[in-house]
Design a binder for this molecule. Structure first.
Ligand code: BES
Ligand code: MN
Ligand code: ZN
Length: 494
């Protein structure tokens, strides 16, 4: 479903929308004009309800107040954005998404911002609307199919705003949200539908709509190019692998950034098959690829002054008579030979070849995103991704981008002493190390294929899915880390 945003005009208390959401900050919002205005229209009932419910306006707290026929709108949502001090894009996006999610079953919503917001903040508000309005409902029929989904949103600003720059910010915010939602859709889509070729088809569609260049290598071309690790991972599946390459090139680029995504449309573990409980979650093993495609769609809309390559290594990891096995040895695109230890460590294999491919494009930096290790979940939990880089300056830039995006990342060390775990008796490299430090040894394996190109590796195994709706993330696919990568690209273009 798509939402459209208009600027509200006139008295918002007289709004004809079904639901009105007022974004409030902690501490004294009762005295703000917008709140007082609504409270007056309800004869003091709003303030009374706030007191009874002990609503304080903490971040992502939501108070749903029925107006019982006393106003045109049927419900007022008070959406907490936390302390007024330091309120910025991250908290606004989150609060607006939380409020919007509570209104997805009504056709129209009015969002009232009691604070004056800057143009970047207005973009974040529009992102929040688009992100909050997301639902994956295509497989529901009958009673479960949504009846009157949210389609119309009006934003009421503090004063007589709504100039061209602000309108553009709203359009950009909606475009960014729909790019994140595209990534979410790809992750939520079942693996019988979302095959490597279906991922390639999605990329072709993004390219066509956004005027990007697209190249897709099929299984024969992957083998011919010498990407034997990528080919090996896909050889046990009836759904053959694909290497997808999208390019956005502006007239006067200030930098070149390459984004690389792990695209395992399903990871059964292969011959080293995974246990049944939780195996279904491995439809999300293309979360890195989905994010790369999402960022490319956003970039096509925003058109920053940066050349951006989006590379996706897509494959399905299955057990089969043709499947690759432990003890197999393959020569990578880079030339290094690799001894296979555990066929469930397939992500680092497709990425090794994809990184070697990307290096040849000579980007200023390459950043990969991969649902790479269970060990990363053990280390950082479900809501925080790991990032690795040898370059401290790059690490600071990346951390700032994640902060701006409101996504959780923590830098992890490329511990030299773990490197020896990857030495093999019969090839240049073994592809897995010990159980302990498993996210780090996976990163060290990838490092073998990046050469001198500045590089950041992101292990997104946790945040790609969420157990419950929270802030800008719904339950299920989150679209993480589209916003962080986009922020990194936009910062490089300024
Ligand atoms: N896709 C998985 C990692 C994963 C696990 C992501 C759980 C999200 C949730 C990856 O391909 C994998 O299976 N990794 C193995 C590596 C091991 C065999 C060295 C793992 O983490 O167990
Ligand atoms: Mn695996
Ligand atoms: Zn995997």
């Amino acid at each position: 479903m798509t939402v459209s945003i208009e600027f509200g005009s006139g008295d918002f208390a007289a709004s004809k929308a079904d639901v009105l959401a007022l974004v409030v900050t902690e501490g004294g919002f009762e005295k703000q004009r917008a709140f007082a205005h609504l409270d007056q229209a309800l004869g003091g009932a709003l303030a009374a309800h706030v007191a009874t419910a002990q609503f304080k306006g903490r971040l992502d707290d939501l108070l749903d107040v029925p107006t019982l026929g006393r106003l045109g709108v049927r419900r007022i949502l008070l959406a907490g954005a936390g302390p007024k001090r330091g309120l910025g894009t991250t908290r606004l996006r989150s609060a607006v998404a939380t409020a919007t999610r509570a209104a997805i079953n009504v056709p129209s919503l009015a969002v009232v911002l009691s604070e004056i917001v800057s143009v970047p903040e207005l973009r974040a508000v529009a992102e929040g609307v688009g992100l909050g309005a997301y639902g994956f409902t295509k497989y529901f029929t009958g009673d479960r199919a949504p009846k009157k989904p949210l389609t119309g949103v009006a934003i009421h600003l503090a004063k007589g705003h709504g100039n061209a720059g602000e309108k553009r910010a709203v359009e950009q915010g909606l475009a960014v949200a729909s790019a994140v939602n595209l990534a979410r859709d790809a992750v939520n889509e079942p693996p019988n539908v979302l095959t490597p070729e279906a991922l390639a088809e999605t990329a072709r569609k993004i390219a066509k709509e956004g005027k990007l260049k697209v190249t897709v290598l099929d299984e024969k071309a992957i083998r011919k190019a010498g990407m034997n690790l990528h080919f090996a991972v896909g050889q046990g599946s009836a759904n053959p692998p694909r290497l997808i390459h999208l390019t956005y090139e502006p007239k006067r680029p200030k930098a070149t950034i390459a984004l690389v995504g792990k695209g395992l449309t399903f990871d059964s573990g292969g011959l080293c098959i995974k246990p049944a409980p939780g195996m279904g979650d491995m439809k999300s093993d293309m979360g890195g690829a989905a994010a790369v495609l999402g960022v490319m769609a956003a970039i096509a809309a925003i058109r920053p002054n940066v050349t951006v390559h989006g590379i996706v290594a897509a494959a399905e990891n299955m057990p089969d008579g043709n499947a690759y096995r432990p003890a197999d040895v393959f020569t990578s695109l880079d030339g290094k030979t690799v001894e296979i230890i555990n066929t469930d460590a397939e992500g680092r294999l497709v990425l090794a070849d994809a990184l070697a491919y990307t290096r040849k494009l000579e980007p200023d930096v390459m950043i990969d995103a991969a649902t790479l290790t269970g060990a990363c979940l053990v280390a950082l939990g479900k809501n925080c991704s790991a990032f690795y880089t040898a370059d401290d300056k790059l690490a600071r830039r990346f951390a700032a981008a994640a902060d701006d995006a409101g996504e959780q990342f923590w830098r992890m060390p490329l511990l030299e002493e773990l490197r020896e775990q990857l030495s093999s008796d019969i090839a240049d490299l073994k592809h897995t190390g010990d159980r302990y430090g498993g996210s780090i040894s996976a990163a060290l394996f990838l490092r073998e294929f990046v050469g001198d190109t500045p590089w950041i590796h992101c292990d997104i195994a946790g945040p790609v899915l969420s157990d419950r709706p929270k802030g800008m993330y719904p339950k299920g696919a989150t679209g993480h880390p589209v916003l962080t990568f986009l922020s990194m690209v936009e910062a490089a273009g300024k």
